[in-house]
Design a protein around this ligand. Structure first.
Ligand SMILES: [Zn+2]
Ligand SMILES: [Zn+2]
Length: 343
């Protein structure tokens, strides 16, 4: 039986916190449900999921559609695309059976790479490796989620760079349907045509990217501000996410609150180990969220150790990071600098 290996390489950086990550998780479930209804896909398609943030790893090893269980997606700080590509190439080398004179190997693997940001690591050597050893035997579709920026590096990997620009659950479902339909169509096409990849008709919010403006290398995503905190009561971590404001009315203020989101301890393992030294001043941020764990009035109190915690009222509180007691006066202290994540 010749298998059709399909890899999903998913960006789980902190800029995906909230709805985008949940959509991606349910999207994987939707793809599996759909593939299970097609006898041909059921027989030939094998799925694997690789996640990447500050680090990359296989979170679902290559397995047939019936046995595949959609993984919970982790989250971390950073967008290590170079790491992700190396992880993908190592997986392909390990998993995919090559065709030899006396053995028919697997069909050409298909990769759906989805990212919402700029790489925060160096991708040069991974791209070289891809071009030399993989580009001719793997079919990669790169999709940027809601952001055309950062596509120039993707254009070095493939001609199929697509941009998804939807903003609600309905358009996201159409986008996921398109992936399922493309995988199913490819599982049919490989039988008659070795080159295989057969993309379904694109929904209107998914477009082929033709312009790839060069961008300068950066170690931080400029479109979001993501801050980490810990709940004083439960000690569990959370993220506070702000998006760059498009509204000129926000004079001086640059980022609007999207919300605060609970995260897992595994966040720290999925993040680049070095803290970014980039800071943001609170004067640039609009909105303060309550604690997503315990409901305390603000998730935005800063300890003298430089970390954020939640508090309900002024007074003496114990920092869940450094365990020291600290007094909050409750008087507005003007702007102060906070360390921001890499996005
Ligand atoms: Zn709390
Ligand atoms: Zn502290």
């Amino acid at each position: 039986m010749r298998r059709l290996p399909v890899y999903f390489v998913l960006d789980v950086s902190e800029s995906m916190a909230g709805t985008p990550l949940l959509q991606l998780e349910s999207g994987m479930e939707q793809i599996v449900r759909s593939l299970r209804t097609d006898p041909h896909a059921l027989e030939t398609v094998y799925l694997s999921v690789i996640a990447f943030a500050g680090k990359a790893d296989v979170i679902a090893p290559l397995i047939d559609v019936v046995s595949f269980y959609p993984p919970r997606l982790p989250m971390g700080s950073g967008t290590a695309l170079g790491d992700a590509l190396n992880c993908l190439m190592n997986s392909i080398e390990r998993d995919v059976v090559k065709t030899t004179p006396d053995r028919r190997g697997d069909w050409k693997p298909v990769v759906f790479l989805m990212t919402d940001g700029h790489p925060t690591d160096n991708t040069d050597s991974a791209i070289e490796r891809w071009k030399n050893q993989f580009a001719h035997r793997v079919q990669l579709v790169a999709i940027t989620l809601g952001n055309q920026a950062g596509t120039s590096v993707l254009s070095k990997l493939t001609d199929d760079v697509l941009c998804y620009e939807g903003n609600d659950g309905k358009t996201f479902k159409q986008f996921i349907d398109w992936i399922s339909a493309s995988v199913t169509a490819t599982s049919h096409a490989v039988e008659s045509n070795n080159d295989g990849l057969s993309l379904a008709k694109k929904p209107s919010n998914l477009t082929l990217v033709k312009d790839f403006p060069e961008h300068k290398e950066r170690t931080i995503d400029e479109s979001v501000v993501v801050l980490r905190g810990r709940c004083q009561k439960s000690e569990r971590p959370y993220l506070i996410k702000y998006n760059r404001s498009e509204d000129a009315g926000f004079s001086g203020k640059e980022f609007e609150l999207e919300g605060a989101f609970p995260i897992e301890e595994s966040f720290f393992a999925w993040s680049v180990s070095s803290e970014s030294d980039s800071q943001v001043n609170t004067e640039q941020l609009v909105g303060v969220p309550p604690c997503p764990h315990c409901g305390n009035a603000t998730a935005f109190a800063m300890c003298s150790c430089g970390k954020l915690l939640c508090i309900n009222e002024p007074g003496v509180h114990t920092c869940p990071w450094c365990k020291n007691e600290i007094e909050f006066s409750g008087e507005g202290s003007g702007g102060f600098d906070v360390a921001r994540g890499r996005g």
